[in-house]
Write a new protein. Structure first.
Length: 69
């Protein structure tokens, strides 16, 4: 593997890469994507509950990691 020094940044404590936030603690959910989840209205029918369930499933790995810190 070869790196182009002009495209590399060293000594950065946090940054975004492929839609994820990389920090000293590891991979975290992107706040821009998480914002949509927080602002989601309360589910009131079967379809919206299924949508909420899919969102929770996709975020579960981040919730599990945050509980460890």
């Amino acid at each position: 593997m070869r790196f182009n020094p002009e495209k590399c940044t060293f000594g950065v404590r946090a940054g975004k890469f492929l839609g994820f936030c990389l920090t000293e603690r590891g991979i975290e959910a992107n706040p821009n994507k998480f914002k949509a989840f927080v602002e989601l209205p309360t589910p009131d029918d079967k379809k919206s509950i299924q949508t909420l369930n899919r969102m929770l499933t996709s975020l579960s790995r981040f919730v599990a990691k945050s509980a460890q810190h």
